[in-house]
Design a protein around this ligand. Structure first.
Ligand code: IPM
Ligand code: MG
Length: 349
């Protein structure tokens, strides 16, 4: 089959790791007889430099015309002093919103070969899927600054509608059904009204999914439980902000943030696939970046957007083998560079 994939390489290590992903995809195309056609699009800091805006309209248009999008990373110190609306991160938030990608799947699992890099003394294995709401909450609420009698104050608002909670809840329950049928919904219902509506809505929904073992957890406790015993979790569902924080925490338990892929999905098959890590400007151009998070993101794309299961498994298995043999970058104890790890994974496919 023929697929059209939009590539937003972005800033820092973005171009290097996206190149790794397309090389792996080309190998899959060769082996399984598919043609992946790539369209290079610009967004993030590079777009600010070129057009004075992080997300050109053309980029959104082209994404909407594609079968899926792979994104590297955006941002860097160079653009840190720009006002909020013009920061590179706006590009990412803008694409998620424009494509209505409200569900963000972030699997975090501890590979056997990486057990020694897990900072927990006691963890032997875990396999968690974080389902993060991605187009609502405090990320997209009303924000601003206003004058008060105490001087200027700034505000950001968290709000969630029943519709938004229900649709992300369904994604999470369905995902739990395909895994170990255990779902933990994480909120701050002891303080936040938006969390109380979140919880009420999840409780209604769980009546439809009686085959899934459901529980609520407060976010502060969840942050602790992830460290205490990550193996207690199967699927986690949570808001945009809490999901952002907890997925970084979970990533570190896998040994390296360079390992975690993500899929952002909406109603159709169009999805955006990106590593959860950032643009790592400090190592950009050094070929030190771990390409695995992006390669696994490409695998998620095959699985979720294109329904190419065997092909996705081929990537996942090759990655696991590479880890077992020790074909890794220095963040997880290896001595290969980005391109060498990519090449090894391709050979293993
Ligand atoms: C992520 C990132 C983004 C987010 C930033 C870069 C806007 O941290 O994808 O987790 O907060 O969603
Ligand atoms: Mg984040």
């Amino acid at each position: 089959m023929d697929f059209r994939i939009a590539l937003i390489k972005g800033d820092g290590i973005g171009p290097e790791i996206v190149d790794s992903a397309t090389k792996v995809l080309d190998k899959i195309g060769e082996k399984f007889n598919h043609k992946f056609n790539y369209v290079d699009l610009i967004a993030g800091g590079v777009a600010i430099d070129k057009y004075g805006h992080p997300l050109p309209e053309e980029t959104v248009k082209e994404c909407l015309k594609s079968d899926s999008v792979i994104l590297g990373a955006v941002g860097g110190p160079k653009w840190d002093n720009l006002p909020g609306e013009l920061r590179p991160e706006r590009a990412l938030l803008g694409v998620r919103k424009a494509l209505n990608l409200y569900s963000n799947l972030r699997p975090a699992k501890l590979y056997k070969a990486l057990q020694q890099y897990c900072p927990l003394r006691t963890a032997s294995s875990f396999d968690i899927l974080i389902v993060r709401e991605l187009t609502g909450g405090i990320y997209f609420g009303e924000r601003g600054r206003r004058n008060t009698e105490n001087g200027v104050e700034a505000y950001d608002t968290e709000s969630y509608s029943v519709m938004e909670i229900e649709r992300i809840g369904r994604v999470a329950f369905e995902a739990a059904r395909k895994r170990n049928r255990k779902l933990t919904s994480i909120d701050k219902a002891n303080v936040l009204e938006s969390s109380r509506l979140w919880r009420e809505t999840m409780h209604k929904l769980k009546e439809e999914y009686k085959d899934v073992e459901y529980s609520d957890m407060l976010v502060d406790n969840a942050a602790m439980q992830l460290i205490r015993d990550p193996s207690q979790f199967d699927v986690i569902v949570t808001s945009n902000m809490f999901g952002d924080i907890l997925s970084d925490e979970a990533s570190q338990l896998t040994g390296s943030i360079g390992m975690l892929p993500s899929a952002s999905l909406g109603e159709g098959t169009l999805g955006l696939y990106e590593p959860i890590h950032g643009s790592a400007p400090d190592i950009a151009g050094t070929k030190k970046a771990n390409p695995i998070a992006t390669i696994l993101s490409a695998s998620m794309m095959l699985r979720y957007s294109f329904n190419l299961i065997e092909e996705a498994d081929a990537i996942d298995n090759a990655v696991e083998k590479a880890l077992d043999i020790g074909y890794t970058t220095s963040d997880i104890g290896g001595n290969l560079n980005t391109d060498e790890v990519t090449q090894k994974i391709i050979e293993l496919i």
